[in-house]
Design a binder for this molecule. Structure first.
Ligand code: ADP
Length: 271
């Protein structure tokens, strides 16, 4: 009887091992599939701006002397815009890698939100030049303990999206206020808004809302990075739509616990 039981146990163990092997093989195949989908998507995103750059440079070299100054200027602008887009994309990929590998080193300090907003606006001035920008920061906004560089990148990504999805000539508002519990920062635009069923998915890596032939260049990484960064900073980020008119609201909230208390600030003055 003991021998029979031992045999049965051995068979059961062997079956489990086989099932585990199959699970592992499936997992490996799935990982491999995702990796190659990711590479295809990244290669495509790198190729589009590269094709424009090569096209513009080839045209300039072949016919540059026959072109007028205006056409030459336009071709050079294409090269610059596309190279900057490549630069942003590579920056996004690096940010994403830092996030996912856990290599994000936070340098948290008490920072003045208006300074961060100022730097983010400087960095996006070129992309935002076709939009009106309205800034509304509460005068009594407390200092917040966070990593200024990450927070700045979050605002840059949100402003970049507002400029990309809301038509030229419309207004982009950047508002910051606070209540008893939270500090709230909104980036509000007058674009098409985000479809109701995509409000959560827009924060997924590589997710992009289909916009037919009006699809704008992008990577689908911007908001995933924003969420990763904001959560690493101790806050939350959500997307909603305006109710007064068309437009998206991207909202970041930080708990008041991250804000400098009045005593702490007074203490800091005496240092
Ligand atoms: P990307 O802009 O590179 O596509 P994001 O992760 O920044 O990637 O955004 C994901 C998707 O969310 C975008 O493709 C777009 O469809 C939608 N989206 C983001 N911001 C806005 C906005 N301000 N207005 C409308 N749609 C937006």
């Amino acid at each position: 009887l003991l021998d029979a039981l031992a045999d049965q146990a051995a068979i059961a163990i062997e079956r489990t091992r086989l099932a585990e092997d199959i699970d592992e093989a499936r997992l490996l195949a799935e990982t491999e599939r995702l990796r190659s989908a990711l590479l295809t998507s990244i290669s495509h995103d790198l190729r589009t701006p590269l094709a424009s750059i090569i096209g513009a440079i080839t045209s300039l070299r072949s016919y540059g002397e026959r072109y007028g100054a205006e056409t030459r200027g336009e071709l050079m602008a294409t090269v610059q815009d596309e190279a900057e887009r490549l630069n942003r994309f590579v920056g996004n990929l690096l940010d994403m890698t830092r996030l996912e590998s856990g290599a994000l080193e936070l340098k948290s300090d008490y920072v003045d939100m208006s300074e961060i907003v100022g730097t983010a606006l400087d960095r996006t001035a070129k992309i935002m030049h076709g939009h009106r920008v309205e800034i509304d920061l509460a005068v009594d906004l407390p200092m917040v303990k966070l990593d200024a560089v990450l927070m700045e990148q979050v605002l840059v990504n949100l402003l970049d999206n507002a400029a990309k999805y809301a038509p030229v000539g419309t207004t982009v508002k950047l508002e910051a206020r606070h209540n008893d519990d939270e500090i709230v920062i909104d980036v509000v635009d007058e674009g098409p808004g985000i479809p109701q069923d995509a409000l959560e998915r827009v924060f997924d890596k590589f997710y992009r809302v289909r916009q037919g032939d009006r699809q704008r260049a992008g990577t689908g990484l911007g908001l995933a990075i924003c969420r990763g960064f904001v959560e690493a900073l101790g806050g939350r980020i959500t997307a909603t739509n305006r109710t007064d008119r068309a437009g998206a609201i991207l909202r970041i909230t930080f708990p008041k616990a991250l804000a400098a208390s009045v005593e702490l600030l007074v203490g800091a003055d005496h240092e």
